[in-house]
Ligand binder design. Structure first.
Ligand code: FMN
Length: 158
């Protein structure tokens, strides 16, 4: 295989960039992720890939739940704060306030909207483990254009 062609072609996949919330023994957590897509209308399913061995991956595997926060165009600074490990401070993560609903995974007040998922299937192979989540709750804080990977100039994939 032509490795450069593989990289270029795979980087042609367009993505959003989201804050995925998790929970575990150390409290709640969130990471910035783009490997996410809807994969069924009924039941409503999404598929998420999470880097194997990270705190987030282990927490999703153990808790069987996660949240997805849709950020707004222009919130690059916010998403950038979640590329590294963070610790919970009361009701804030990396200085951004959150609250909890059905799954107990963080929902950011500053996000446009959110949904919460229960893991219904998993494929724990490769360097990212795949979790299929059934959407069991959702909410909208305000209308707006979602943040995209293209807007940030970041790449994750290829
Ligand atoms: C642009 C970009 C996109 C990313 N997308 C993902 C992703 O889809 N899945 C993932 O597991 N990590 C992704 N990461 C890496 C995580 O944000 C990073 O490993 C994070 O620190 C994991 O948090 P944790 O250590 O608290 O689990 C991405 C990083 C960048 C810079």
């Amino acid at each position: 295989m032509d490795k450069q062609a593989k990289k270029t072609a795979l980087r042609g996949i367009t993505y959003g960039l989201y804050l995925v919330g998790t929970k575990g023994e150390a409290g709640v957590n969130a990471f910035a992720g783009n490997f996410l897509t809807q994969t069924s209308f009924e039941p409503p399913l999404v598929t998420l890939a999470v880097k194997a061995g990270t705190r987030s991956q282990q927490e999703i595997a153990q808790s069987g739940v996660f949240s997805v926060n849709i950020l707004e165009s222009g919130q690059k600074d916010m998403v950038t704060a979640f590329f590294r490990s963070i610790t919970q401070e009361d009701n804030q993560l990396a200085g951004y306030p959150f609250y909890l609903k059905e799954t107990g995974c963080p929902i950011f007040e500053d996000a446009l909207s959110f949904f919460e998922c229960k893991v219904v299937e998993k494929v724990e192979k490769g360097d990212h483990f795949i979790y299929v989540g059934e959407v069991i709750n959702a909410g909208v804080h305000r209308e707006g254009d979602p943040l995209t990977m293209k807007e940030t100039g970041f790449y994750y994939g290829g």
